[in-house]
Design a protein around this ligand. Structure first.
Ligand code: URA
Length: 442
């Protein structure tokens, strides 16, 4: 017996477990339009309060995956591997991880998103690169992945369209913050990308969506269990977001930071550790390394030999970007009229950072969105951000600000100063809290 959308909603509202067919039927209706926005919102709210069991989450994920095109990478000479981060500030890991994995023999078809709330988005960073196409046709995407080994692009209309519709409805009905829905939303897109293996970077701390280790672990366990249940070998690292990961936050400034990281001109220590750890586990999950130590070594060699930097340059060029991406003309293109140091009001050590507030200060500068359709300014943001435990004094600023005008710079400066606590040297936080191994069917 086929249930009507309102009957499926009523079952979930009353706390029943939905069958695979019921979930598939509802998602089909969402894709074809027979389920209305009101019904989709009611469904999301019912799930928000009643949650879903693991089997239901797997069914929802697979149904959303199958609502559109599912890419197939069979025939390549290596596994298709990708990473997903739950989002943070100064998190430009993807820009290095894609090229490092490619230099180690993986294929990385990375479909990334725009900034959300206080967090930056990989797509916005690539939009800062002159000529780079973040929405090539699928044939070009495929060719670049095959030839270079990695391509980082934006969401296409035909990948997981049911998620796009449901996410837009969740966004305006206070139903984003639910582990079942978040799990299915993230994984349906990754499964539609046709990956063999996925490494998740689940952030925890003041700049993460999940602030506590307990909540981050719950989300990581849900993602790992459901992804493996849906047939994609997946593990998760829980990493620290109690401070910006890179010493830069802002679109071009993070691209510059990534180029310096790849070429060896400058590498932020915590960023290096997270990037190499994610690569190490990604290589093991994809079958390209024996264990995490082997994976770490391979990733380190790919980075230090310059092979990853070459992959990055080839990818940028193959997707329409310039051949001199490291050249000064690109910094000049994004240069801001106001560049100034921000000093803390007192001397001492950085004891705490409200990382979310740092991300919001970037939004205030124009580097993020207050309206989903708004244009962003790729040049603005912060660099030389001090991390926890660093000393701030009259010669050492807490950051350098890049702004379009003095009034906006004043506002962002005040926000940044409010976000930093100065006092006695704190105990350092771990960079990586734990690894969650693949579970389930694999
Ligand atoms: N990112 C997504 O893609 N989906 C969610 O539901 C939350 C974050």
């Amino acid at each position: 017996m086929t249930l009507l959308p309102q009957e499926i909603i009523a079952r979930k509202r009353d706390g029943e477990v939905l069958s695979r067919d019921q979930i598939a039927g509802f998602i089909e209706g969402l894709t074809t339009g027979t389920v209305t926005d009101a019904q989709a919102a009611a469904f999301a709210m019912a799930v928000y309060f009643r949650n879903m069991e693991i089997d239901e989450r797997v069914a929802l994920t697979l149904a959303m995956r199958d609502s559109g095109t599912v890419l197939d990478w069979t025939g390549l000479n290596g596994p298709a591997i990708d990473k997903h981060s739950t989002g943070g500030v100064g998190d430009n890991v993807s820009l290095m991880l894609g090229p490092i994995l490619a230099a180690c023999g993986a294929y990385v078809p990375m479909i990334s998103g725009r900034g959300l709330g206080h967090t930056g988005g990989t797509l916005d960073k690539f939009d800062a690169i002159e000529g780079y196409s973040t929405n090539p046709d699928i044939e070009t995407f495929r060719k670049v992945v095959e030839k270079v080994g990695c391509a980082i692009i934006g969401q296409t209309d035909d990948l997981a369209p049911a998620d796009r519709r449901l996410y837009a409805i969740r966004d305006v009905t206070a139903t984003v913050e639910n582990i079942s829905l978040i799990t299915a939303s993230i994984l349906s897109k990754k499964l539609a990308a046709g990956l063999d293996a996925l490494i998740l970077d689940v952030k925890t701390g003041s700049g993460a969506f999940m602030k506590t280790l307990e909540d981050s672990t719950d989300l990581a366990n849900s993602l790992v269990t459901v992804a493996n249940g849906a047939g994609m070998t997946t593990g998760a690292l829980i990493t620290d977001m109690n401070e910006p990961l890179a010493s830069a936050a802002g679109n071009w400034l993070e691209v510059r930071n990534a180029i310096d990281f790849l070429t060896g001109a400058q590498r932020d220590e915590r960023l290096l550790e997270v990037t190499l750890d994610l690569c190490a586990h990604g290589l093991v999950l994809g079958g390209l390394a024996l264990d995490p130590d082997d994976g770490y070594l391979r990733a380190k060699v790919a980075l230090e030999s310059g092979a990853a930097a070459e992959k990055f340059a080839s990818m940028v060029n193959a997707l329409g970007g310039p051949s001199d991406i490291d050249g000064p003309r690109h910094d000049a293109r994004h240069a801001c009229p106001v560049v100034r140091d921000v000093f803390a009001d007192e001397e001492g050590y950085v004891t705490a950072i409200d990382t979310r507030a740092v991300g919001m200060a970037v939004v205030v500068l124009g580097g993020g969105r207050t309206d989903p359709k708004a244009k962003i300014d790729h040049g603005v943001g912060f660099d030389q951000l001090l991390g926890l435990g660093a000393r701030a004094d009259s010669r050492t600023p807490i950051a350098r600000i890049h702004a379009r005008d003095a009034a906006i710079a004043d506002d962002a400066e005040q926000r940044l100063k409010n976000a930093y606590r100065i006092g006695e040297a704190p105990k350092p936080n771990p960079v990586v809290y734990r690894y969650i191994e693949p579970t389930g069917n694999n």
